[in-house]
Design a protein around this ligand. Structure first.
Ligand code: FPP
Length: 247
């Protein structure tokens, strides 16, 4: 019999994977080596998330601002993504994990787009487990894209602006068919959201850990989920109301 896991499991965990560069620097290694180790952490975290029963895992793998990095680091990251997708295709099928993406993937190198399409197609029928990669993603761009799509729907008579609600508008976001994250984790001690899922995180619990992403392991994810379990989510209500609702 396996040991009992944390009592309350978030349905959707989003992670800002940070600290690969510092991890490498501390060891006198090139930054790309940190990213390479970061890919291994991704594998561990996907496994652990499934083991815990986390149905949606969203990873901030490349932000819309990451293009500003030195060219060799950007191409290195794209190479790692290509490697990861090729390596993980069979694992994701075996584990019944559906791969999805958010962000403007049409700006990624053609080979990466091809691999993404291949893995998404091969896993599209899975429903229980979802790995969402945020690639060339920025929340502000996403909001502008959603506003444009919504305006087009208004012009076409499919939406009535007088009836606008977040529930309706959020359907135009790239995350439109995903539940909103319950828990956000950021590694490496930085205390920022860095343009990641700004509106979708409205009610998420936030956990910032000093651990650098390549060092983040199974026990760190379990600890974060346990911490999540100790938090009281009130959604604007009072503790008493929450308790009365639960009884
Ligand atoms: C932040 O560390 C990390 C990134 C910008 C990229 C994250 C990418 C990976 C973990 C590997 C590729 C991902 C997949 C899914 C295959 P940083 O470079 O900003 O670290 P620093 O702040 O210490 O410099």
């Amino acid at each position: 019999m396996s040991a009992p896991g944390p009592a309350k499991i978030p349905q959707h965990v989003a992670i800002i994977m940070d600290g690969n560069g510092r991890w490498a620097k501390q060891r006198g290694l090139p930054r790309l080596e940190g990213h390479r180790r970061g890919v291994e952490t991704v594998r561990t975290v996907v496994d652990t998330a499934r083991e815990l029963g986390i149905r949606y895992l969203t990873l901030y793998a490349f932000s819309a601002e990451n293009w500003k990095r030195p060219g060799d680091e950007v191409s290195g990251l794209m190479g790692l993504l290509d490697f990861f997708l090729k390596r993980e295709l069979n694992n994701l099928i075996k584990e019944k994990v559906r791969l999805r993406t958010i962000g403007r993937i049409d700006a990624l190198p053609a080979n990466v787009q091809r691999e993404l399409a291949r893995v998404k197609e091969a896993t599209k029928h899975f429903t229980e487990w979802n790995l969402v990669l945020a690639l060339n993603y920025g929340a502000q761009t996403e909001a502008a894209d959603a506003a444009r799509a919504y305006a087009e729907a208004v012009q076409a008579g499919r939406e009535d602006p007088a009836e606008a609600t977040w529930e309706k508008f959020s359907r135009y976001f790239s995350t439109g068919d995903l539940p909103e994250p319950d828990l956000l984790i950021r590694t490496s001690g930085e205390l920022r959201l860095s343009n990641f899922l700004m509106l979708q995180l409205a009610y998420a619990e936030l956990i910032f850990t000093p651990t650098l992403w390549p060092d983040f392991g199974r026990t760190d994810l379990v600890a974060a989920v346990e911490e999540y379990g100790r938090r009281e989510r009130r959604y604007g209500a009072t503790t008493e109301q929450i308790k009365a609702g639960a009884s």
